[in-house]
Structure formats: structure tokens, C-alpha cells
Design a protein around this ligand. Sequence first.
Ligand SMILES: O=P(O)(O)OC[C@H]1O[C@H](OP(=O)(O)OP(=O)(O)O)[C@H](O)[C@@H]1O
Ligand code: HPA
Ligand SMILES: [Mg+2]
Length: 177
Amino acid sequence: MRDPQIGEILVQPDDLKRKVRDLGAQISVDYADRDLLMVCVLKGAVFFLADLMRAIDIPCEVDFMAVSSYGSATDSSGVVRILKDLDRPIAGRDVLIIEDIVDSGLTLQYLMRNLGAREPATLEVCALLTKPERRKVELPTRYVGFEIPDTFAIGYGLDAGERFRNLPYVAALADDG
Ligand SMILES: O=P(O)(O)OC[C@H]1O[C@H](OP(=O)(O)OP(=O)(O)O)[C@H](O)[C@@H]1O
Ligand code: HPA
Ligand SMILES: [Mg+2]
């Protein structure tokens, strides 16, 4: 039986696969002859990154950064903390931030400022999901997979209290609202 906390499915596995393939193809064209470094924002974006990287057919590297603003809550605390920084400098590199979701935009705002100060050659964002109705700050997001409604989402990396990251689809958290 399906966990009662798993609500309506928002994005099916086949649609995730198709979108990841298309994004990978587009990034491969846009970053041909560049120095692509993907910065994956732990933990949620790991699942998206792992699939996306395998859909990219140009040389690329990855580094990881862990930030947290949600903890076990379903509302952003508004205070973003670095839990793990990048291993290597990014000056002069073509940095693409990989996010699972842009919700309030506060995490991304912090990352753009923090990474921008390290003088990369370019700094862009690829987010699988966006929740425009909840946005507190607007940020340029070059690649976006899907718009989802104003509901707390779980699955394909997204957690509620660290659970549900392993779902192969994106769903609404049933108890929300
Ligand atoms: O646009 P915002 O309102 O800032 O929300 C988006 C951020 O929140 C989530 O991370 P979280 O802090 O839950 O960490 P996690 O990826 O480890 O779950 C998500 O993965 C994004 O990084
Ligand atoms: O809808 C969401 N689900 C899981 N994590 C999140 N972090 C920001 N928004 C969300
Ligand atoms: Mg989370």
C-alpha cells in the first residue's frame, strides 16, 4: 500500500526522464568549448545531478555544496547555512548550479551571491522544479524543468523530514494545507 503521506503525483517518472534528457542535450550544446563545472546543492539535487550528468556528452566536472534552510520544516527558515563548502576554487570556470527546486528563492539568492563573489567566468542555474507562487526573491534561472503548484513536494530527491527522497516521481505531501 502507498504511504498515506504521499499525495497527488505532480511529475511522472517518464516525464522526468524526458526532461532530463532534453536539458542534458541543451546544456551540451550551450557549454560546448566551455569549462563546465556543475555545482550540486546537497542533498536534494543529487538525484537530478546523477541523471543529468549522464545526459551530458561534453567534458564536465562536479563539486558539491551543502546548504540548509528547511531542516525538517516545510517552510524556509530564511537563514541559509553552509554545511559543506566546495572542495576547489571556481575562479574563471563556467559554473552551473544544480538545484532540485527553487521555492522562496532564498537558497539560490544566497548561493548566487556567495559563488558570484568567487569570480567564476559565468554563473548560471539549472533547477528541476520551480514553485513560482511562493517566490520571495526573483533570480535568473537559465534552465528549468517543471513549474509546480504551491504545495510541498516530495520525491526524486525532495524530502519531508529526510523521508521520500527515493521516490521515482515527484508528488505532493498529502498532509500539506
Ligand atoms: O527556494 P528555497 O525556499 O530556498 O528552497 C529551495 C531549497 O530548499 C531545499 O533544500 P533543503 O534546505 O531542504 O536541504 P536538502 O536539499 O538537504 O533537503 C531545496 O533542495 C533547495 O535547496
Ligand atoms: O516543496 C518542497 N519540498 C521539499 N523541499 C523543499 N524545499 C523547498 N521547497 C521544498
Ligand atoms: Mg530538504
